[in-house]
Design a protein around this ligand. Sequence first.
Ligand SMILES: [Zn+2]
Length: 413
Amino acid sequence: MCLLASATAAAPIPMTPAAPHNLPIAGALAKQLRAHVEYLAGPDLDGRKPGTPGNRAAADYLTARFREAGLHSFPSLGGYGQPLPQGLGDNLIGVKLAAGTGTATPWLLIGAHYDHLGNHRLGADDNASAVAILIETARTLPALQHHHLLFVAFNAEEPPFIRTPLMGSQHFIDHLPSEIGSPARIQAVIIMDLMGGVHWEPLRNTIFAAGAEKSPELYRRLKEATNRDADLQSSPLITRHSSPITPLTVLPVGLHLIEELPLVGQVSFSDYDAFRNKAVPFLFLSSGRTPRYHQPTDLPETLHYERMAATVGWLQDLLRAVDEDREPYRFEAGRMEFADEVASLRPLVSLASKQETKIPDTSFLSLWMLQKDSAWLESLDPARPTQDDVKRLERISIRLQCLLADFPGCFLF
Ligand SMILES: [Zn+2]
């Protein structure tokens, strides 16, 4: 009693449990991923806040893992670290050169931010999960034939740095290592953020893929990874891969379904933004926010490591497919694949609108709104969307994300 009282007095930590999922973990890769997360999101590093010893310790850990993976560093940087201003710490940049020889070989970048909030918020899902996937992809993926691989662990993604020049990914694109030259030399970027969380059973083995729709060629590669025997209803867009015990579902959604907030307008949420603004094709992967988002309950024991292991394998297949493409990808900032977005959301909204399969803690009002959403989605002709149809799909998507994170007032959208 006394201990509890003094602990809460020292820091405002909610006493809600971490909601462990008893998710199975069996494979060696999943255990390896868990070891990375347990270190990076362990109490000693206290949340890896930029400019703190914990952030530096995380950078040291990444440096050691990059070295073990045989990654090169850029001579212009003299090591993996690219320092940020104001003593915030480093971006960490590792290189795996293409096996084939060629002049002006393009780059493929796989990136994830490694900083978090600190002050007892340890950031397992956000974003040790994605950094663990980054490390294991760097370790296990052999050099590609036609593209150099860049593995980048960005610093300073979290507030107050997000959407400022100090944000690690923004600093990277504004100060590209001379070996890369210009953003136009980067064929495509894959950004991962929040890759291990689970809150709703139907999404247990699902991650979302957004942004690739702005590049027709990258989107084609994403869709080619489709496997039609997916189990989440019968959307032809659902793609699968397997770890030893977990199937993976990768669900394409349009970036505007994540970014367009009612009353607020467009807001970017991760490291893809700096690349989008330079017209670099990108794919943003995320399993989305859970109720543990930015809370002290975002802890290593709540993550789905087997799904993360499956993601490592899926990423490798995707990168090998992208490596076949020798022509530069096009990029059209306003491009969307509305019919595919509808196909992705229809089964989710249908499940979320039913009492038996609803998202935990859905209020009566939200359930009623979702039933109307679901009926509208079923009657919609996705081949000819009006501006109002696009707006409504955005509101439905935000309602789902709101419920999945257990934010208040989700019926308002
Ligand atoms: Zn965050």
